[in-house]
Design a protein around this ligand. Structure first.
Ligand code: SF4
Length: 309
């Protein structure tokens, strides 16, 4: 199976920017960006990021606002904050280089078992396993596993990476999951491991892996978009990002309903109600140029609702 996977990856891999040189810094940044985010979305963000912060040294010295502005729209902002914090640790204790050591990597903010394995195998070509959603699906289907057992999956990934070139094997399984062995419509007829795949042989691709159902909670959130004559907005900074006045109840002022939208954050849905007008008190807020500060995609969405409404 190693041979089939490696040959398939060499011939079919997508030409992604972090695959040009496999530097530890670029692999680290790409892996963090790819958590919870699609490859197509990540590519332009990655390219802008590398231009602005080409190495650990540049990131460690970067201004938080500049970093968050480049991250704006990718969501899960703790990832950007952890990157900054980790870069500072690397600059202080590791001569601004990613260590090729599992424990040292795990000690850095934002680096868990998966990311440490990805950096060590893809950048340093060391035999460390990776299990993400794609790997979980491919390995479960190949082995015909219908239940969830993280331990068994990590053991299978460990065995697999020891049998080939780590950089190639781990990327091959991830790429296979992303491009061939998809969740809804696996393309088994062009799959390099079809010969050994239990799910294919038994026709159980749709049942494996089992779907995790999480109840979505819905929360109503009210936002007030208040604009000055010269175009600036009333905003406040929260954990680096700028946002409109908000709450579970309408703040005092002269506000009219402008529209609504929905937004999903991790496992809960937001029912967003947008209002426009003026507030009785501007305490705690500042007038800001919208395009000059880092904002989340939710804040951008709210502005669009206000402008249409
Ligand atoms: Fe996935 Fe089909 Fe390949 Fe099995 S044969 S790994 S189900 S694409």
């Amino acid at each position: 199976m190693h041979e089939e996977l490696t040959v398939w990856f060499e011939e079919n891999q997508r030409p992604l920017p972090w695959r040009a040189a496999y530097t530890p810094y670029e692999i680290w940044i790409s892996e963090i960006m790819l958590q919870q985010t699609q490859v197509e979305t990540v590519v332009p963000y990655f390219e802008r990021w590398i231009k602005a912060f080409p190495n650990v040294h540049a990131l460690a010295a970067a201004d938080e606002q500049a970093v968050l502005k480049l991250w704006a729209g990718l969501g899960y902002y703790s990832r950007a904050r952890n990157l900054m914090a980790a870069a500072k640790v690397l600059a202080e204790s590791h001569r601004s280089a990613l260590p090729a050591d599992y424990e040292a990597l795990r000690a850095l903010p934002g680096i868990g078992q998966y990311t440490a394995g990805a950096i060590l195998s893809i950048a340093f070509n060391q035999p460390y396993p990776v299990v993400d959603g794609n790997v979980r699906r491919v390995l479960s289907r190949i082995n015909g596993w219908e239940d969830e057992s993280p331990r068994r999956l990590w053991e299978a990934a460990e065995k697999l990476v020891h049998g080939g070139v780590p950089r190639m094997i781990n990327q091959a399984v991830m790429e296979l999951g992303a491009t061939v062995c998809s969740f809804k419509a696996p393309r088994c007829l062009v799959c390099p491991v079809q010969r050994v795949c239990v799910a294919f042989k038994t026709g159980k691709q749709q049942e494996i892996p089992p779907v995790k159902k999480r109840p979505a909670t819905v929360r109503v959130q009210l936002f007030a978009v208040v604009q000055e004559r010269n175009g600036r907005f009333l905003m406040k900074q929260s954990r680096g990002l700028w946002e409109f006045p908000m709450g579970g109840e309408l703040p005092e002022g002269k506000l009219t309903h402008a529209g609504s939208c929905r937004h999903t954050i991790t496992h809960h849905r937001l029912e967003v109600q947008v209002f426009q007008g003026t507030l009785a008190s501007k305490k705690g807020y500042q007038w800001q140029e919208f395009e000059a500060v880092p904002v989340s995609s939710l804040t951008r969405k709210i502005l669009a609702v206000a402008q249409v409404g």
